[in-house]
Write a new protein. Structure first.
Length: 526
């Protein structure tokens, strides 16, 4: 697919995905105005309320949601959004990158280049990419050359799925168009398109600036028409594109999870990754509704009193009446004795159903986490405190299974990206030859030092592990040189062995005395 040149935006084949991206982005950002706009109807821009939103029915299916029902005219909007989707995405990313993976190369030069990439903020980019990928289902990694920002290295960057139009075949990314909004004013939208592909074995990037509307890409205009993108015109060659110098695509796509449920029958979208929010939208809405009702209970539970008319002080014609809370003496009302019981103050105090509301929210949260492949304990829900890492893994088994699945996806793609990054630095800055590193994700739950020491002691007493193995167990972050030095220190601290075998044997009578040892044995009898 060549770079788009006009027509509807986004392209019709990708419209279902972008509709879903809009929903998930609204939940992730958590802005009440955005949520209300999404569920009142994407095509509604006039601000008028439709009768079906109040009456219900098939037409207003989404309007029956909390965020699809607008408040009554003149009433305060008391709806509250609980940022469960954002917390879920952050938890999913933290499950992968709470402890950064280890990247190792065979050659020293490549290893030093990888360490420089890590110091440049690679792990931060990966953590943020994993969070956005959890929300949208896909994320794209690409190295960027901008010598004004980084004069001697490439910059690792991540692009979210709602800023990309990919071409995926059999699960492999063939080409992709990244886009961004340069300017939006008075209904006019300037979009920058950045198309990455490979032609005749040579990677290239093609840029285009379009002037259109919210729903139309519009006409192409020169890059020099806007100062923010004018510098890109200097990067183009005679073919109108920027060569990358690579023999492959300079972008790596990392799906969040699979298989795709929503678009599994749509050709252009069936290989897209699955969002952790997909299918959880009704649960998020119910959490917000429950929390809103809880806060309404608190407002309704404020103490109120009903004051009879005779206790009010008249302020005069047209000025109403007030009740003096400091007044102590009132005259009795003229009524029969059995009718005077209702003539006093009436106090109204509603109960706050906090137990019921919290239990409902906890159940909804657990359902949302389970649907996303996570355990509720991973998100910090209340429960018994686990004593050991083994107990933690038992309680959070679902989360660790999902983590293993995502490591299976992330590890090879991350290795591909690092190799791609090093190749681009070699071409542009004369760096070392690229090398695909070995990627190892560590355990997300670490044993306490006491537990590790006890395990090492038991293995040593049983003679089941060498000193080097025990040192590596206690210090998994050490390299080979540090391990060898520590082993040598341990052996050096051990006292020299004492030969006590002969002395103990003599004391036990198993060896002859010195004078007896000198005597010759008697001759044998003939």
């Amino acid at each position: 697919m060549p770079i788009p040149t006009g027509g509807a935006w986004p392209p019709p084949a990708h419209q279902p995905a972008y509709d879903a991206y809009g929903d998930w982005d609204a939940w992730y950002v958590g802005d009440p105005g955005d949520l209300a706009q999404v569920y009142r109807g994407r095509a509604t821009t006039s601000g008028r309320h439709r009768p079906s939103q109040y009456a219900g029915g098939v037409i207003g299916t989404l309007s029956r949601w909390l965020w699809g029902t607008p408040p009554r005219i003149g009433e305060r909007d008391t709806r509250i959004h609980v940022p469960v989707p954002a917390d879920l995405a952050a938890t999913s990313a933290g499950l992968l990158y709470a402890e950064p993976p280890t990247l190792t190369c065979d050659t020293t030069a490549a290893q030093e280049a990888v360490e420089g990439l890590i110091e440049a903020g690679l792990y931060t980019v990966l953590r943020h990419a994993a969070e956005v990928g959890s929300v949208l289902g896909d994320v794209y990694l690409r190295p960027v050359i901008d010598q004004e920002v980084a004069p001697d290295r490439a910059i690792p960057t991540a692009v979210p799925a709602d800023a990309a139009i990919p071409v995926i075949r059999w699960g492999a990314l063939l080409e992709v168009t990244f886009w961004s909004t340069v300017l939006e004013s008075s209904g006019t939208v300037l979009r920058l398109l950045e198309h990455h592909d490979v032609v005749s074995g040579a990677g290239r990037i093609t840029y285009a600036l379009h002037e259109g509307t919210d729903q139309e890409l519009g006409r192409a205009i020169p890059l020099t028409e806007h100062p923010d993108v004018a510098h890109l015109a200097e990067l183009l060659d005679e073919t109108g594109s920027q060569p990358t110098g690579l023999d492959r695509l300079d972008v790596v796509r990392i799906p969040n999870a699979g298989p795709q449920r929503r678009w599994r029958k749509l050709g252009p979208l069936k290989y897209h990754g699955r969002s952790d929010l997909d299918g959880n939208e009704p649960i998020f809405d119910q959490v917000d509704e429950t929390w809103t009702n809880w806060m309404r209970d608190i407002r309704n539970a404020r103490g109120r009193i009903t004051v009879p008319e005779y206790m009010l002080q008249d302020l005069g014609p047209g000025r109403g009446a007030v009740w003096d809370a400091d007044r102590e003496v009132y005259s009795a009302i003229r009524a029969l004795p059995d009718q005077q019981s209702g003539g006093g103050l009436t106090v109204t105090q509603f109960a706050i159903r906090h137990v019921e509301h919290k239990a409902t929210i906890d159940a909804l949260m657990e359902a949302a986490m389970r649907h996303a492949g996570l355990s509720s304990q991973t998100m910090g829900e209340e429960g018994d405190v686990a004593v050991t890492a083994t107990e933690v893994q038992a309680r959070e088994r679902r989360s660790f299974v999902s983590r293993g699945d995502r490591i299976t996806t992330w590890a090879p793609e991350l290795a591909r990206y690092v190799e791609l990054h090093l190749a681009l630095e070699r071409i542009n800055f004369g760096g070392p030859a690229e090398e695909r590193p070995n990627v190892e994700f560590g355990d997300s739950v670490t044993e306490s030092p006491e537990q590790v020491a006890r395990t090492a002691q038991l293995l040593s007493a049983a003679g089941a592990a060498s000193t080097e193995t025990l040192v590596r167990m206690v210090h998994p972050e050490w390299d080979d040189d540090q391990v060898r030095e520590e082993v040598d220190r341990i052996k050096g601290d051990q006292p020299a062995p004492v030969e006590v075998g002969s002395a103990l044997g003599a004391l036990a009578g198993n060896e002859p005395a010195d004078d007896e040892a000198d005597e010759e044995p008697p001759p044998a009898e003939e």
